[in-house]
Structures are given as structure tokens and as C-alpha cells.
Design a protein around this ligand. Structure first.
Ligand SMILES: [Zn+2]
Ligand SMILES: [Zn+2]
Length: 193
């Protein structure tokens, strides 16, 4: 068993930091004592959405502004497992990477009620965006890719066709039942809901 990460303690440790899962403690007290040091290195797995449509896994600081300023992806909130999306340009006035149209990011901000993303997100130069789980647990590329497919299929459905006239989403769409099934499996496997 690992030794407690609190330097002044030598006990064996079985409690894991739930954010980075990289350190162990013998007790909640030791974790609290050690947090001022640990928070500088404690990181969360997130996904960077590039305007090119590429999804890249990226470790971010557990105090990253996404956890304060990030916006809920409405569809994931609807399914009870909230994911946050953060656009440096919209939320901090900072530009990261290539400042171009980011379709995947716009999809994630779509409201299921009307099929539209907020006006501020409907710009041609969102640039790079970050996505992370609000509970700070690791997020997978597979989850985002499946969500992207589902959003595409929503835009292609009769329901949204009226609103999103002229929008032609990419192929390989999935329907709501398939998405629901994937989503439920994802969180079951995750086992840390
Ligand atoms: Zn300890
Ligand atoms: Zn940690």
C-alpha cells in the first residue's frame, strides 16, 4: 500500500485524490493539510477542441477557470452528467491557438429546446475550446466524439430542420436511442458517478 503523501506522516494510505488520482492519503485530515502543496500539481484531464475538428486530451490545473467560468453543455446536463465547455476567447478575452470557426464547440452549446446555441457562441472565430467534466473526473475522447455525432443527427432531424435550414451536418449520425445507450454505458463503466 502507498505511503501517505503528507510528508510529515508515514502511515499507509488508501484514500486517493479524487481529482488527479495520482496521490494517496491515510486520512481526510492529511489530505486537507497537504492540499496547499498538492493543488499546484493536481491536474484534471480535459479535451481541447480545435477548430480543425481535432479532439486532444490535455491535462489542466484543477483550478483552471473552466471550473468557474465554463458553461454547461445543455444536452449532457439533460442526461444528468454535466460537462463544462470553456472558450478562452469568450470567457477570458484570450486567444488560444487558431482563432477560427469551431463547429464542435457550437454543437456542444446547443440547447435541446430549440436547437440553437447562444448568440455569443455563433461566431466565426471561437478558436480553441476546452471541455471537462464538472466533477473533475477524466473525460474521454470517445464520449465527445459520440456527443458530436448525436448533435449532428439532431441538426439533421425533422425537429431541427425548420430552425437550422441550410445546415448540413457531417455523416455517420446516431439517433437518440443509440446516444442514450452509449451515454448510460459510459457512466456505468466509469463507475464513479
Ligand atoms: Zn497521513
Ligand atoms: Zn490531486
Amino acid at each position: 500500500m502507498p505511503v501517505c503523501a503528507n510528508e510529515s506522516c508515514n502511515h499507509s494510505a488508501s484514500l486517493q485524490c479524487s481529482i488527479c488520482t495520482g496521490v494517496f492519503y491515510c486520512s481526510k485530515d492529511c489530505q486537507v493539510t497537504h492540499w496547499p502543496q498538492h493543488k499546484a500539481v493536481c491536474s484534471v484531464s480535459s479535451i481541447r477542441l480545435l477548430p480543425s475538428g481535432t479532439f486532444m486530451v490535455e491535462n489542466i490545473d484543477s483550478r483552471h477557470p473552466i471550473f468557474k467560468k465554463g458553461e454547461l453543455c445543455p444536452l449532457t446536463a439533460l442526461y444528468g452528467h454535466p460537462i463544462l465547455i470553456y472558450c478562452p476567447r469568450l470567457h477570458s478575452g484570450r486567444v488560444e491557438g487558431n482563432m477560427a470557426n469551431n463547429q464542435a464547440a457550437v454543437y456542444l452549446r446547443i440547447e435541446p429546446s430549440d436547437g440553437l446555441a447562444p448568440i455569443s457562441w455563433q461566431t466565426d472565430y471561437l478558436g480553441d475550446c476546452l471541455v471537462a467534466r464538472r466533477d473533475k473526473k477524466p473525460i474521454s475522447k470517445e464520449l465527445l466524439e459520440t456527443m458530436h455525432q448525436y448533435h449532428s443527427s439532431l441538426l439533421g432531424s425533422d425537429y431541427f430542420e425548420k430552425i437550422m435550414e441550410g445546415v448540413h451536418p457531417p455523416g455517420h449520425n446516431i439517433n437518440q436511442g443509440e446516444f442514450q445507450k452509449f451515454y448510460n454505458e459510459y457512466w456505468k463503466q466509469d463507475g464513479r458517478d
